[in-house]
Design a binder for this molecule. Structure first.
Ligand SMILES: [Fe+2]
Ligand SMILES: [Fe+2]
Length: 327
């Protein structure tokens, strides 16, 4: 895939206001095409790129070509950087409000959790040549690894299984949102962007950066107000949280917190934005730290027999998300 030119990126920015109409789900956007590498996040060491799906990038592919080779490495970094430039420029307070309004209505479709897993499984794999294993196995590997270490926390097993289901936003029937509005690290909007956000220099081109209402430490918020009051950049985390909450799941608050903030790396990896947290957030963050170890579970050679473990997870879905859900 050719990398987007700076001209394309510029046009993309110009078209920002036309991106989403909350009344029809037609997305008018000239979107630079990102390849699967754009889904990788920079975890600390920029050379250590990790797929959003939770897989570390293998050192070499099946043909023995090494990814550590200089050109491939710098190419990949460039793609990631371009992904974050578009993301940081377009994720504004107003954009997030419009997306939450549009998607919070949950009027797109009805399906069960398992149907959503199957939907995600079908289409994500086609678009992601780096995944040599179905998406369903990432979800089940995460869940099964947690289950092994925390056998009594069944809610955490289910959280592992469903944490990425919000990626259906990439699907045509959900408006086929561009990657920058679905995956990647998330961060609060409506207050100053922290420096520890990956590629934070691109926030300078975000209109909110220049808005005195939003560009101070607290911005639209107040000390210890609680993350629930804070708007996060739009993506699969917040969407799945809305789906779970509005469908009245009985998952505990820590499960909802994990779903909602698992891509909030500035918080759970770097400890930024803690001034916005309340006591409940601090409790829940402990579970997010536990969870995160399993989400980043590197590509395991242990294959999961889906049919074997499915009955267990169906019983959990029945317990915490009975019946069809609105999406
Ligand atoms: Fe994941
Ligand atoms: Fe995720």
């Amino acid at each position: 895939t050719p990398l987007p030119s700076s001209q394309t990126l510029l046009r993309c920015r110009e078209l920002r206001s036309a991106i989403v109409s909350p009344f029809k789900m037609t997305i008018i956007i000239e979107q630079p095409q990102f390849d699967a590498a754009a889904e990788r996040k920079v975890a600390g060491d920029p050379a250590e790129l990790v797929l959003d799906g939770g897989f570390t990038v293998p050192d070499s592919n099946a043909f023995g070509h090494t990814f550590r080779d200089y050109d491939a490495e710098s190419e990949r970094k460039k793609t990631v950087e371009e992904f974050y430039s578009v993301n940081h420029i377009n994720q504004t307070y107003e954009f997030v409000q419009r997306m939450r309004d549009a998607y919070g209505r949950l009027d797109k479709t009805e399906m069960s959790i398992w149907e959503c897993i199957e939907l995600l499984n079908e289409f994500i794999d086609d678009s992601d040549p780096d995944l040599d294993m179905p998406q369903i196995e990432h979800l089940l590997q995460t869940a099964e690894a947690i289950r092994k270490d925390y056998p009594d926390e069944d809610w955490l097993h289910l959280t592992g299984l469903i944490h990425d289901l919000g990626k259906v936003l990439l699907h045509p029937s959900f408006g086929e949102l561009p990657q920058w509005a679905v995956v990647g690290d998330t961060f609060p909007v409506g207050c100053a962007f922290d420096e520890c956000n990956v590629h934070s220099k691109y926030f300078k081109e975000n209109p909110d950066y220049h808005n005195p209402e939003f560009n101070t430490k607290f911005g639209a918020y107040s000390e210890g107000c609680g993350l629930d009051k804070v708007l996060m950049s739009w993506g699969h985390d917040d969407y799945m949280y809305l789906v779970a909450k509005e469908n009245k799941t009985t998952l505990p608050s820590a499960g909802l917190f994990i779903i909602r903030y698992h891509s909030f790396y500035p918080l759970h990896k770097h400890g930024a934005y803690t001034h916005l947290m309340n006591e409940e957030d601090k409790e829940n963050l402990k579970w997010l730290h536990v969870f995160n170890k399993y989400d980043l579970y590197s590509k395991s050679s242990i294959r999961i027999d889906v049919e074997e473990v499915k009955p267990y997870y169906m019983s959990l879905i029945d317990k915490y998300f009975p019946g069809k859900l609105r999406w």
